[in-house]
Design a protein around this ligand. Structure first.
Ligand code: SF4
Ligand code: SF4
Length: 340
């Protein structure tokens, strides 16, 4: 994949983003709202908050909305009319840029793409992903909840970013990768100065606090271990960990309608809800929050990696930062790696 390297001043980066907006790109960036920071559409560069580590919630909803209509239906005489929801998606986001997120968030897209293109190609996801260009900014101060380095990434990883920026004083260096990144900057090249790869700042030596392979080894052999039941007794099953996570992607499909018309919708769901696995018979194979959190761990760090060769976690730490019960997944993964 073609990769080019550039330098751009802070002033020109502002001009670049403002030009994208005036050229009708929908630019989504970390933005202050209600005393916190969330991804949202910006009307100018100045609305973006590039100083925070991470927005409270990931940008997942731009790939998999909280709720979306798959199709509308109506009955006419003996016929059924179907209006496919995909047509609306195709026209919805032709030019969308996620600007100013971090490398962990950028990595989530290609990791999720694998499950959305496995036995069934999810055209809703694919249409949105195809039209999304990711411009990330490397971190220099990860917090104690972060563990991207343990998840085979790093605060400077370019995996999933079409453009990765690294800040150096009042200028930025840019690694621009592939067709999406190169075509995004093509009309604005006068703002960028091309440099040789050797001038792009090298990554720091980020240290790991545990080995995820050891955690995986534990999960391979200890499904019934008492750790799961004891450690998650305080979990209240609120699902915040899954809703704020950039890689959790479980959904539920519902029909809403009457005898004349209706729609089929899909909504985010969560493996942390008791009802998630409740059978019609009343039997529930996952009785406790320990069973449910164990499933979250098994899915992310065993099952997904065996099937798709990637862990279903980018180490952003959101599930820990947002958990009302202070359950810290980094501590959990470290504990498990040491129980081997
Ligand atoms: S956010 Fe915390 S309390 Fe809520 S379901 Fe997740 S682990 Fe349990
Ligand atoms: S499981 Fe937690 S740390 Fe991993 S990607 Fe999801 S929110 Fe981030």
């Amino acid at each position: 994949m073609e990769e080019k390297y550039y330098e751009i001043s802070a002033e020109n980066l502002k001009k670049f983003v403002d030009s994208l907006i005036s050229d009708n790109y929908e630019v989504i960036a970390p933005k202050n709202k209600d005393g916190d920071t969330f991804y949202g559409k910006i009307g100018s560069f100045g609305e973006a908050n590039l100083d925070i580590l991470l927005p409270k919630v990931s940008y997942k909803e731009y790939l998999l909305p909280k709720t979306e209509t798959l199709f509308d239906y109506s009955f006419s005489g003996e016929g059924v009319n179907i209006k496919d929801g995909l047509a609306a998606v195709a026209g919805e986001n032709q030019k969308r840029v996620i600007f100013g997120g971090r490398p962990c968030d950028a990595a989530a897209g290609p990791i999720m793409e694998k499950v959305f293109n496995w036995d069934f190609k999810d055209e809703f996801f694919n249409e949105r992903f195809k039209n999304l260009t990711i411009v990330s900014i490397a971190c220099d101060k990860p917090d104690n909840y972060c563990f991207c380095t343990e998840m085979q990434l790093s605060p400077e990883s370019s995996y999933g970013s079409d453009i990765l920026l690294k800040k150096a004083g009042s200028r930025y260096f840019a690694a621009v990768t592939g067709e999406k990144g190169l075509s995004l900057i093509a009309p604005y090249l006068s703002l960028f100065k091309e440099i040789p790869k050797a001038q792009f700042p090298a990554d720091k030596d980020w240290k790991k606090t545990f080995e995820i392979e050891k955690t995986k080894n534990f999960l391979d052999k200890n499904f019934e271990h008492g750790y799961f039941q004891n450690r998650f007794l305080s979990c209240i099953g609120c699902g915040i960990c899954t809703y704020t996570c950039p890689t959790c992607h479980c959904f539920d499909i519902q029909d809403e309608g009457n005898l004349k018309e209706g729609r089929r919708i899909r909504n985010w769901d969560s493996c942390q809800f008791g009802i998630f696995t409740l059978h019609t018979s009343g039997h529930n194979p996952r009785v406790t929050q320990g069973d449910r959190y164990r499933q979250r761990l098994m899915h992310k760090f065993k099952i997904y990696s065996e099937k798709f060769d990637k862990y279903l976690c980018v180490g952003c730490g959101r599930c820990s930062r947002n958990c009302p019960e202070d359950i810290d997944i980094k501590e959990v993964l470290k504990d498990l790696s040491e129980l081997v």
